[in-house]
Design a binder for this molecule. Structure first.
Ligand SMILES: [Zn+2]
Length: 247
């Protein structure tokens, strides 16, 4: 069985080295990682890991809605520059969070800027969307075709709109706590479903870090909810990830 972890912050682990996690994951079939940066403060670490493991890592650079206040005006130029020197890099994570951070209208300015950059450079866009249904809905028409709603844990109502635009939806363990989990997981079209750890975050065990080796467990749970054959489902999500990466 082969996996691609479509969203992980390898630079954020506290208890293990990223290199150990990468090496350990290889043995259990985790082929690649989309390693996601969240602010100019960690972009260089992501870029460095990519330089060390160019076959294993696809880097993503973005400004997360939680970290807007710490940035000076040059952030967008810095983002554009790092994307320029890394032609395979994606944009994100970025988005809107109605539960944390600055007021949503301010968040929107930063998000729209990153949508523009992703469109101009034709890169996939990784989106963080929490408690922002109304504002996010208004932006759906502007998103690149290859947009991924990562660690989706919102409402069914919002999901229907996301699906209607043909965007990708990625699940981490967090979806299992959603009241509408069954309906949400079942409703994603075969070609648009992805999985991720969002490691080291979103652990099913409180206070623990999440590792790529847990992807098989997550995939099996989701396959069971979809009443799909586990092996076929794992092949499907692997192929979806490859399509996104263009391989
Ligand atoms: Zn994340």
């Amino acid at each position: 069985m082969k996996f691609i972890d479509t969203h992980i912050h390898l630079q954020d682990y506290k208890t293990r080295y990223a290199t150990d996690i990468i090496n350990e994951s290889e043995k259990i079939g985790v082929e690649k990682f989309i390693c996601v940066g969240t602010s100019p403060q960690d972009w260089e670490r992501v870029e460095k890991l990519y330089q060390e493991y160019p076959q294993k890592i696809i880097p993503a650079f973005g400004l997360h809605p939680w970290y807007l206040e710490e940035q000076d005006e040059e952030w967008a130029e810095q983002l554009d520059a790092i994307l320029e020197r890394n032609p395979k890099a994606w944009v994100g994570e970025c988005g809107l969070d109605g539960a944390k951070g600055r007021e949503i209208k301010k968040q929107e300015e930063y998000f729209i800027k990153q949508i523009e950059i992703a469109n101009r450079r034709q890169r996939p866009l990784i989106i963080h969307a929490v408690k922002c249904q109304h504002d996010m809905e208004n932006l759906l028409t502007q998103l690149p075709k290859k947009s991924i709603f990562h660690s989706y844990n919102g409402r069914m109502e919002m999901l229907k709109k996301i699906i209607s635009y043909g965007f990708y939806v990625s699940f981490s363990f967090s979806i299992l706590k959603n009241k509408e989990c069954q309906e949400i997981v079942k409703s994603i079209p075969d070609k648009r479903i992805l999985i991720e750890t969002d490691g080291p975050y979103q652990s099913p065990i409180k206070g623990a870090e999440t590792y790529p080796k847990q992807l098989s467990e997550l995939a099996e749970m989701l396959a069971d909810i979809r009443k799909a054959d586990r092996e076929n489902f794992i092949k499907l999500i692997y192929q979806n990830s490859k399509d996104l990466i263009n391989e």
